[in-house]
Structure formats: C-alpha cells, structure tokens
Design a protein around this ligand. Structure first.
Ligand code: NAD
Ligand code: COI
Length: 333
C-alpha cells in the first residue's frame, strides 16, 4: 500500500483531502497542520511521498531531512517553485510536481476587483461613509473603460485578467517574453516593457519571480509610467521594489497600488497580529494608506482553487509514488 503524507493542511483543505482519500482507498493518507521544516519532516516517516504547500523556504536542510527518510517525491499544492533550493533538490534526486493551473480565475478576478476598487477610490469612500460623511466629492472614480491596462505576462492568469478588464471595456496592451500566437495575431503586444510603461494607466504583473526580474518595478521603471498610473502586483513580492513604490505614492506619481504579494511577506502574511506588535513598519504604512489595497496573498484563496490544489497535488504525488508520469512535473535543475 502506498503512503502519502501531507504537510500544513489547513481546515479549509481537510474536506478535499478526505474526499481524495475516500476515492483512493488503496492509498494510506496521513497529514499534519504543521509546516514542513527539518524538525517536522520526521512526521512523514514511512511515507512514499509528501504533499506540501508553504511560503516558508524548502531549504537544503528541509530537503535533506526528507531524503534521510527516503522521501524524494514531493508534490506542491501551489504554482510557485521559487522557494525550493533546486541545487539541493537535484543533488538529492528529488522528483517534484506543482499545480501550475488550479484556477487562474481566482487570482485574475481578485486582481480585477482590486483594480476597479482602486480606480473608484472605494477605500477612501468606505472610510468617509463609515464616519458619516456622505458627500460625493472628492472621491470621484475613474471608469475602467477609460483606462489602458498593461498586462505583463500573458500566461494563464494574465489572460483571464485581460478578458475581465476587456469585459469592463478597457483597452488592453500586453508584454511577454514569449508571445501567445492568438494574442499576437490580434495585436495586443507592445514591443517592449518601456512601451507598456509609457502607454498604460494600469500596470499589472503576471510573471513568475526570477533572479532576472528582481525589482523590475523600481524608481526608473516607475518614472517611465504615466502620471497617476495604478500598479497591480498579485504575482510575487520580489518583482517590486516596495521602497520605490512608497516614494511614488508619496510624490503622487502613482494613483494607487494593489498589493497581494509583498517582498517581505514570509512569516507575516497568514498570521494573526491582533494584539501583538506588528513586525513591519513599511507594510503597516501601506495597509493604512487610502490608495493602497493590501491583501495577504489571498488572490488564490477560493473554494474552487483550494479543492483543485489539494486534489491535483495528491494525483501528482500518487503518480510519482507509483512510478508513473505525473501530469505536471517540475524541472529540477
Ligand atoms: P504562467 O506560467 O501561465 O504565465 C506566466 C507568463 O509570464 C508566461 O506567459 C511567460 O512567458 C511570462 N514571462 C515569464 N517571464 C517573463 C518576463 N520576464 N517578462 C515578461 N513575461 C514573462 O503563470 P500564471 O499561472 O499566469 O501565474 C503567473 C504568476 O502568478 C505566477 O508565477 C505566480 O508568481 C503568481 N501567482 C500568484 C498567486 C496569488 O495568490 N497571488 C497565485 C498563483 C500564482
Ligand atoms: C501560488 O500558487 O504560487 C500562489 O502564489 C498561491 C499560494 C499562496 C498558495
């Protein structure tokens, strides 16, 4: 009988894990709500593979602790693999899978909703209303159809965001290092990021974080943007130099900032800070700004997405464990 052990299973994931286990009676499934660390790895002892999700890094020590138990088949329940020490994973012979497409709509919808909220100044308006100020001015909105929305990265999520924004009537332009042939035929692509920054009223990031695009949004690239531009980052924190964004918000260059991912989010997001000293002054300041919408990396967090993440990760892990080809292997290089 194969055994799969899952780490950091949340309450909202449990029903889907149980649903999968019930549909696979020949597989022994066990789990913990604890994150995978060098210390907790031993909980998986006896398992053939592990199913994981966490923002905490998969460090050489963590991977070694699993390998010491003979476990080298690891299935992520999420998309991003940027927090895995790939050199160590390769050295130890890890086979890894992720769930690259669990619900692009979850993330794209969130980005679209937040974009519209920024344009309509809803945070300012809600605060006014809560205080009994029911005057219209000065919280006048900008209509989405009047915006040129610049999408960086036309993969699964970027394309859904594009459709939603077009549904609102926006003019959409796009940039991608690999052009989607259909979008290319329809003339969406600009030639360079510089062109996109110059033309877009809304700049929305939908690319993975890599060494090559670390802080791609910085003082220089913001300076290229239109005055009153809106920046949307539901992709990865390290893409954005947060200090540069703060400067641009202070100077009024940026009209607003949608931030679902933050470069220093690990250890802060998905924690309850009520009644405790908040650990990050920059983040606190952003949360308090009327033209910044901070969410703690929850763009993905829908019932549809969570079910797919759990079910697809277990399917992948079972394939690995049984020596079959998983649907979505990750290149370990
Ligand atoms: P995808 O792989 O389908 O699309 C990514 C696109 O980016 C591809 O078309 C690729 O060619 C392009 N690209 C890569 N590097 C680029 C660069 N330097 N410049 C321009 N284009 C580049 O991925 P996806 O499913 O659309 O996800 C996009 C990102 O969204 C993920 O990498 C992840 O970081 C993020 N994400 C966030 C959440 C969330 O909850 N906030 C959830 C899932 C994914
Ligand atoms: C991903 O799937 O890569 C995400 O960013 C969502 C994660 C927080 C579960």
């Amino acid at each position: 009988m194969s055994k799969i052990f899952a780490f950091s299973i949340r309450k909202d994931e449990e029903p889907y894990l149980k649903e999968w286990a019930a549909a696979h009676p020949a597989v022994e499934v066990d789990y913990t709500d604890k994150l995978l660390t060098p210390e907790t790895a031993k909980l998986a002892k006896g398992a053939d593979g592990v199913v994981v999700y966490q923002q905490l890094d998969y460090t050489p020590e963590t991977l070694q602790a699993l390998a010491d138990l003979g476990i080298t088949k690891m299935s992520l329940r999420n998309v991003g693999v940027d927090n895995i020490d790939m050199d160590k994973a390769k050295e130890l012979g890890f086979e890894i899978t992720n769930v690259p497409v669990y619900s692009p709509n979850a993330i794209a919808e969130h980005a679209a909703i937040q974009t519209a909220r920024i344009l309509r100044q809803t945070k300012r308006l809600d605060a006014k209303i809560a205080h009994g100020d029911l005057r219209w001015a000065p919280t006048i909105g900008r209509e989405v159809r009047d915006q040129t929305v610049g999408i960086i990265g036309t993969g699964h999520i970027g394309r859904v965001y594009m459709q939603i924004m077009e549904g609102f009537g926006a003019k959409v332009i796009a940039y991608d290092v690999y052009k989607n042939p259909e979008l290319d035929k329809k003339g969406y692509y600009v030639d360079s990021l510089d062109d996109l920054y110059k033309q877009a009223d809304v700049v929305s990031l939908h690319v993975p974080a890599m060494d090559s695009n670390y802080h791609m949004i910085n003082d220089e690239t913001i300076a290229e943007m239109k005055d009153d531009a809106v920046l949307v980052n539901v992709s990865r924190g390290p893409l954005v130099d947060t200090a540069a964004v703060v400067r641009a918000l202070d100077s009024g260059k940026l009209f607003g900032f949608v931030m679902d991912t933050y470069e220093n989010e690990v250890g802060i997001f998905n924690e309850d800070w009520t009644g405790k000293e908040f650990p990050d002054k920059v983040l606190k300041d952003l949360i308090n700004r009327p033209n910044v919408l901070v969410t703690p990396h929850t763009a993905f967090y829908t019932t549809h997405a969570v079910r797919n993440m759990v079910v697809k990760a277990f399917d992948n892990n079972l394939a690995l464990v049984e020596g079959q080809t998983p649907e979505t292997p990750v290149e370990v290089k």
